[in-house]
Design a protein around this ligand. Structure first.
Ligand SMILES: NC(=O)c1ccc[n+]([C@@H]2O[C@H](COP(=O)([O-])OP(=O)(O)OC[C@H]3O[C@@H](n4cnc5c(N)ncnc54)[C@H](OP(=O)(O)O)[C@@H]3O)[C@@H](O)[C@H]2O)c1
Length: 277
């Protein structure tokens, strides 16, 4: 069983270097897949209120037999709860039957709604009250980060953004790093589309005798980003953990990053305009 090393977030919280995405994993099959992930060695489950599977995430932790304290559980506050982030988190804890959660992120800034600063204030309050150990954001750009830090003096520990070789987010990663924010990568495999057959990915996979997915996940670690790949397939899920037994050369990392393109987003979800309620 693979055992993942951890890294320390800006607020001192320790987190595995790679997490398990749970979007679309629901019901009994979802519980089985997530418990299986914990049995494989994953120790970080990434959920959200809007995935409608928080109950299953908590059930999976209990079913796996892994100690609650050994699992990092992260959720995300939806746009409709920006005015009451603390209350939203209390509901999550009720649904999960937990006393605290490890990490809570604002899912999207929804700038047109104009309430993400209020949401951040709610998360700061929830952290002070001990409901959550680490607070962060998702899909935030530099002006959104400026606004919440200016209002509260509190810097998010994480910023989970769309990040894969077709959209390598060079500027946002640098901005996060400058602020001491850990960048997490959503859709780290580009949802397994044409990325898996891209030339530099396939060439590196052949050179290291690993899969294209393993090369891409290793690339995230080279960027110091924290990927949360999702797989419902037991073999692919286990394989996605085996990313530390080989190393990419600088040239391989550069060739993969060079796949980036300005319109590389998977579905045009620009945080300045995308609405998530
Ligand atoms: N913060 C946000 O706004 C946001 C947005 C989107 C996603 N997320 C989070 O990020 C997680 C991951 O993103 P994602 O699920 O969109 O995309 P992803 O992890 O890049 O890709 C998942 C897809 O890749 C396939 N796959 C997984 N491992 C594979 C492998 N080794 N070889 C070939 N195919 C493989 C999966 O199919 P199988 O299941 O059949 O293996 C699934 O179709 C989500 O589950 C969620 O937790 C966050």
């Amino acid at each position: 069983m693979a055992e993942l090393p951890t890294r320390t977030l800006g607020d001192g919280t320790s987190v595995p270097v790679l997490g398990f995405g749970t979007y679309s994993l629901r019901g009994d099959d979802g519980v089985r897949a997530m418990a299986g992930a914990l049995e494989d060695g994953y120790r970080f489950l990434d959920t959200a209120v809007n995935y409608r599977n928080e109950r299953e995430v908590a059930e999976a932790v209990r079913a796996s037999g892994v100690e609650r304290g050994d699992v990092f559980i992260q959720t995300k506050i939806p746009g409709r709860d920006h005015g009451g982030a603390r209350r939203s988190l209390e509901t999550t804890l009720d649904v999960m039957d937990l006393d605290f959660i490890d990490s809570a992120l604002i899912h999207w800034p929804n700038p047109s709604q104009g309430a993400f600063v209020r949401a951040w204030e709610g998360l700061v309050e929830a952290k002070d009250a001990g409901l959550v150990r680490s607070i962060g954001v998702s899909n935030f750009k530099a002006p959104h980060l400026d606004a919440i830090i200016e209002a509260t003096g509190v810097t998010p520990a994480s910023n989970q953004i769309e990040l894969h070789p077709f959209f390598p987010q060079v500027e946002q990663r640098a901005d996060d790093e400058r602020r001491g924010i850990t960048t997490q990568s959503w859709a780290p495999l580009g949802r397994a589309g044409e990325l898996l057959t891209a030339e530099p990915v396939v060439t590196a996979a052949q050179a290291h005798d690993v899969t294209p997915a393993q090369v891409i996940l290793r690339w995230h670690l080279h960027l110091d980003a924290l990927p949360v790949p999702k797989s419902a397939d037991p073999q692919r899920r286990a394989g996605n953990l085996e990313v530390l037994g080989f190393d990419l050369s600088d040239a391989q990392v550069e060739a993969i990053t060079a796949l980036g393109r300005p319109d590389g987003r998977l579905f045009d979800a620009d945080p300045d305009t995308h609405e998530e309620m």
